[in-house]
Design a protein around this ligand. Structure first.
Ligand SMILES: [Zn+2]
Length: 149
């Protein structure tokens, strides 16, 4: 739509601008549109929140201090080479792990201590089977019971 008169053209363009603006404002004011938009954002936040939470949980699991200790000790059972971290345990080579553990307020404090002393050669990684077998062989359980009697 071409106007030869620049003033009329300007008027037309301005009117078009006002009409569009009014239309956009009216749309924004529509309660349903706004609710829908808020709902969309709420759902999006929820989805993102789950993603973020899952990511952080995964990170925490991967970087859990127990995992870091096991990795620092080679990540495989010292006896049989088993390497599934879910069944690997930190073992006190010379025994006395239970007593040592009792010196600390909680597991986290103890694990922090172990991680700091992980290179001193007093700890090793054993799988659950080998750990129990070692306990039986060395009668660690018996010693522990006797010590706490
Ligand atoms: Zn093993």
């Amino acid at each position: 739509m071409a106007f030869k008169d620049p003033i009329r053209r300007k008027e037309y363009q301005h009117q078009r601008y006002l009409d569009r603006k009014a239309g956009i404002l009216a749309k924004n004011r529509e309660p349903q549109t706004r609710e829908k938009r808020n709902e969309w954002h709420r759902l999006r936040r929820q989805e993102n929140g789950d993603e973020v939470r899952a990511y952080h949980n995964e990170w925490r699991k991967k970087n859990a201090i127990r995992v870091r200790i096991i990795q620092a000790l080679g990540g495989t059972c010292a006896r049989c080479g088993f390497d599934d971290i879910r069944a690997l345990q930190v073992d006190h080579i010379n025994g006395g792990g239970m007593k040592e553990r009792q010196m600390f307020k909680n597991g986290y404090q103890y694990e922090k201590y172990v991680l700091e002393h992980v290179t001193e050669g007093t700890y090793q990684v054993l799988c659950a089977n080998c750990n129990w077998i070692k306990r039986d062989e060395e009668q660690e359980l018996f010693k522990y019971r006797k010590a706490s009697d």
